[in-house]
Design a protein around this ligand. Structure first.
Ligand code: SF4
Length: 428
């Protein structure tokens, strides 16, 4: 059968698609990019914000409208939080809630009737669609979260913490590397909680991945800024572990962080950032900030902006607070008007742009092993600009001969100047 996989939302959802793709192929089915040609369509939905939930609903309807004869399987956080509604939605044949995601392939093949479907067999060694032509892959190592940040619906949708056995993670990474992947991103809902149910921790996992795999680049996905063990910082001495961490701060005001029930105050956050920056030059710290959290006063907002400026982030993902039914914050007093959220979001975008430019400037003159991608921009008939990422996740571009193919190669480049949100570089 031809299977089409689609996802909304986080890196974890993308990593799950990778695993399902490999699963369907194991049973002899093929993965197609063409939803119109598919016999089965699997959607991994998202509910992190109002918008994401609305997009999930819209996508279910659009997929069914585009290919009504295909079997439609819906999983993910939106489906988990709205099980009955999704099950009754026109065209949905099967709903797999998050706790059963690891059985999605088997449940799809056993619970849906495919007797009328033609069988296509996957060629031996046929690589999954998602790693084909892609230099990096997300690897899910953990699911769920024991914390209850008051704005977070993910912890409600994903349930308790569950870690994958290290041996399984190693097998998957080595298989991806054999398929040509040069960078893996370890990802989870609460990555820092890895091993909490296995009597281990994230440092153990990273150390073992460094020892038992040969993949050139290992990157960590989004990581809550707490639970770091002392040996964690030393791991970055290994050049295969990328000196970039995405640490969601959410607010730069301690009183707002308290109302969010976050486990990290600004002082602790600053200390973690300092230790990371001391461990590797130009260590890149990126973050998430929620603007307009209930009760956020002008004073708290100014505190937040001042602390964010002090941290000098390489990039900031900015979210306007989105009330999520089922979270504590939804019933907190002092909901901030949309107009004020918009103003604060605009102010933070301006600051984020300034901090990003400053960080890019700090990298000028540095030489990095860049992982080059397929994306390029023709400059003239003889030249093109190819793009890639430095280990610290600075986006880099380089002028090369129009016929050159740098895709998925790791080549040295020296950063020469900044351009918009990336740096120009010359190959060395
Ligand atoms: S730690 Fe992260 S996943 Fe867990 S509740 Fe807080 S925001 Fe949600």
């Amino acid at each position: 059968m031809l299977v089409h996989l689609k996802t909304l939302g986080c890196r974890l959802n993308e990593a799950e698609l990778e695993t399902w793709a490999q699963g369907f192929q194991k049973y002899g089915h093929s993965i197609t990019r063409d939803a119109g040609a598919a016999h089965v369509i699997v959607l991994n939905s998202c509910a992190v914000t109002h918008d994401a939930a609305r997009k999930s609903r819209q996508l279910i309807r659009r997929i069914h409208g585009q290919n009504p004869s295909a079997k439609l399987v819906v999983s993910g956080c939106y489906a988990t939080l709205n099980l009955d509604e999704v099950e009754q939605t026109l065209g949905v044949d099967l709903v797999i809630a998050n706790p059963h995601k690891h059985q999605l392939v088997e449940k799809t093949l056993s619970q849906l009737d495919f007797s009328s479907m033609p069988m296509f067999s996957a060629e031996p060694g046929e690589v999954s669609l998602f790693s084909r032509g892609r230099q990096r892959a997300f690897v899910k190592v953990q699911d769920g979260c024991r914390y209850r940040c008051t704005f977070c619906i993910v912890t409600v949708a994903r349930g308790e913490e569950k870690s994958r056995a290290i041996a399984d993670v190693i097998v998957e990474i080595n298989a991806l590397h054999q398929q040509g992947v040069n960078e893996v991103i370890l990802t989870g809902v609460h990555l820092g909680g890895y091993g909490s149910d296995l009597d281990g921790n994230l440092s153990d996992l990273v150390r073992t991945v460094l020892k038992q795999t040969d993949v050139p680049r290992i990157r960590l996905g989004s990581l809550e800024p707490w639970e770091f063990t002392d040996d964690f910082f030393e791991l970055f001495q290994n050049p295969r572990l990328m000196p970039h961490l995405h640490l969601p701060l959410q607010s730069g005001s301690d009183s707002v962080l308290r109302r969010m029930a976050r486990r990290c105050k600004t002082g602790e956050f600053a200390a973690i950032v300092q230790r990371l920056r001391d461990s590797v030059a130009n260590f890149n710290i990126t973050t998430d900030i929620i603007v307009g959290f209930p009760g956020e006063t002008e004073l708290e907002w100014q505190e937040s902006l001042a602390f964010i400026r002090q941290m000098g982030f390489g990039h900031i993902h900015i979210f306007s607070y989105s009330k999520r039914t089922g979270t504590k914050a939804a019933s907190l007093p002092g909901q901030v008007p949309d107009i004020m959220k918009k103003q604060r979001s605009q102010a933070l975008h301006a600051l984020a742009g300034e901090l990003k430019r400053q960080f890019l400037l700090r990298n000028i003159g540095s030489e990095y092993k860049v992982l080059w991608e397929a994306q390029s921009m023709a400059q003239n008939e003889n030249e093109k600009l190819v793009f890639g990422y430095a280990p610290n996740y600075v986006r880099v571009a380089c002028r090369v001969d129009a016929a050159a193919d740098l895709e998925n190669q790791i080549l040295n480049a020296r950063l020469t100047c900044t351009q918009d949100d990336y740096s120009l570089a010359e190959l060395r």
